[in-house]
Design a protein. Structure first.
Length: 201
């Protein structure tokens, strides 16, 4: 009996040692991470849906946008009040993200496509899918290397930069057509070569 008991005791000790070696993440750090992720999604959603709103404004659908903006604002307020108690600041940001995402995805974007007689499938294939699939490989690579990266700030920043470069390479190299790629490069060259205007005396 001494042998099995000794092996179990050693196993428990090694398990406790591994638990002590794991990085300790405070609740405040998790809250900050959640807020950053939610704010990032909010920025992405606003940027993605901006062309659809411009189409509706340019084709005289101001009233529709105003009504749905009011619906979104009221829903945002009610959701934030409901979620702030159990989730705190995360609940407030979710109260902003949820109605904005639902209205943009299921109301504004389809309405803009209908307004210019663009099928939703074609819009998804040419406007959304090319920006989505290049993110799969960097995300998988980051998830796989999470144990190696740990909580080292240098490795975290370096891996984020590498993931961003990998996404840009996949997006520009494979996801879009050559004419679109040249358009992006021309915009970058224009920003680099933009002359600085002298300040008035």
């Amino acid at each position: 009996m001494i042998g099995p008991v000794s092996r179990v005791s050693k196993s428990l000790k090694s398990h406790r040692t591994r638990e002590r070696d794991l990085p300790v993440v405070s609740v405040s750090a998790l809250v900050i991470l959640a807020l950053l992720l939610i704010f990032a999604v909010i920025v992405i959603m606003r940027t993605w849906n901006m062309p659809a709103r411009q189409v509706l404004k340019g084709t005289g659908r101001h009233q529709m946008l105003a009504v749905w903006s009011l619906v979104g604002a009221v829903t945002n307020l009610l959701l934030s009040i409901w979620l702030v108690k159990p989730l705190g600041l995360v609940g407030v940001t979710l109260g902003t993200l949820i109605p904005m995402t639902l209205i943009n995805v299921f109301v504004v974007f389809p309405a803009a496509c209908r307004r210019i007689e663009l099928p939703l499938g074609r819009a998804f294939r040419f406007a959304i899918w090319p920006a989505l699939w290049p993110a799969v490989l960097p995300c998988v690579a980051l998830a796989s290397a999470r144990g190696l990266i740990g909580n080292n700030p240098v490795l975290i920043v370096g891996s984020a930069i590498l993931a961003g470069l990998a996404y840009a390479a996949l997006f520009l190299g494979l996801a879009i057509r050559q004419s679109e790629r040249l358009w992006y490069f021309e915009k970058v060259r224009g920003l680099i070569r933009r002359p600085t205007e002298p300040l008035p005396a």
